[in-house]
Ligand binder design. Sequence first.
Ligand code: SF4
Ligand code: SF3
Length: 543
Amino acid sequence: MSMFCFQCQETAKGVGCTINGVCGKKKDTANLQDLLIYVAKGISYVSIRGKDLPEDIEEKVNKFLLDALFTTITNVNFNSEDIKDKIEYGLKLKRDLIKLGGVDVASAPEAARWDSDRDEFDEKAEKVGILNIKNEDERSLKELIVYGIKGIAAYAEHAYVLGFQKREIFEFIKNALSKTLENLSVEELIDLVFETGKYSVEVMALLDEANTSTYGHPEITEVNLGVDKNPGILISGHDLKDLEELLEQSKDSGVDIYTHGEMLPAQYYPAFKKYSHFKGNYGNAWWKQNEEFEKFNGPILMTTNCLVPPRDSYKDRVYTTGVVSFPGCKHIPDRENGKPKDFSEIIEHAKRCQPPQELERGKIIGGFAHNQVFALADKIVDAVKSGAIKKFVVMAGCDGRMKSREYYTEFAKKLPEDTVILTAGCAKYRYNKLNLGDINGIPRVLDAGQCNDSYSLVVVAMKLKEIFNLNDINELPIIYNIAWYEQKAVTVLLALLYLGVKNIHLGPTLPAFLSPTVLNFLVEKFNVSTISNVDDDMRKFFG
Ligand code: SF4
Ligand code: SF3
């Protein structure tokens, strides 16, 4: 076996990618990502055992951990050389930590002691994969924790660039990563899974605060799906700070800006509405990008996941930034000394391109994060009390390319007309253009935003529990039918479990990294299950 990765929903045969990734990740890159995680664990181990570190070093460690973890999320970074740079940097940082902290690593786990030159990385990378953990339950729980932490790191990074951070979140990341190097009992690991859930909630709350205090509260917005006559730049991924700087730098250039995939919810923030060249959303979820990027004609900026290996026909128009990297694609460097990123090259590139080819026309509506939903609370409560709304169905999460995901479109179409879908994340593209109508003026699809805005759905659920004077969140008329794909969805799932949400349906398949024992635990404690077919599930949910 030359690699082993089972972190996402599309893993080969529902078991694990062993030759190359279904996502397009090559085996060398996959192994180097394992090595980067190994280095992150070693750094965590060392950093919590040494003397207190100077603030600037602490900051470097925190930043490195966010970067390393985010880099290994599915569809973020396909560039072996870039990952080697990060490993090299991490090893240097570890050396400094050992010295500065006075840490004795003689009897430490190998990940804390390991040091090497770049030309040995490939060889080492083949030896540090997760199959080294022989016990499948230990492997399953440790990976569940690490994947949750990857999502936490991604959300913490988005908050960090907006100037928001929490010491406890960094402490947790380091402690938890370090613990994965120890021999822990199943009970101890389960406790750590719940702690991961706790910090998943914390980080989503932090990011919510960062986003809303920087850009305002999302509000009801009609988003244009058509195109204009100017050349455009398509921006995708989750990073709102990148969007802000791109909008500002391109405002008088004659180039229009369109969102793609998970950037769609940026349209709901008041701060971006002042830009008249911010035209609308182009296309659908990430996995359709081969076809849609081709037709866009202009350059594309990938700020985070999900990047699909680009076709040669448009590869020269794909720019990466932040943690995203793909061999041969131009990379826009990070901010330095508090200055914005420099997007002049991509703006100049756009000026030489044809305007985007129209994919569709019309509008969709979104912007139902917690603040906006609270503004509509009376209306919603009345509709529930009068029986006009019988149930809410949380259909948040990720989209993906598997045919089995057509289930979600069918499911949305067949839902009784007195149900409202609550969504967040790119899962919404399976049904957000269906025109499902409204109930007393409340749209039947309420989109809160990106996957991290699943937090908004939790806040709304908590509020409804309070309004209806219930003891338990599970007494609410809410069905959870969540679609997952990558590791941020694991973070969202752990957050929901931590909050005590039961009866979650997870699809289109259950994670391959859940061993039978771990799955059994989740079934017994939380009644987690997967989906079946639409008709059977309709009967199950609605009788
Ligand atoms: Fe396979 Fe998913 Fe890992 Fe890619 S991220 S190698 S598709 S399991
Ligand atoms: Fe989608 Fe990749 Fe997860 Fe943020 S863009 S939800 S899959």
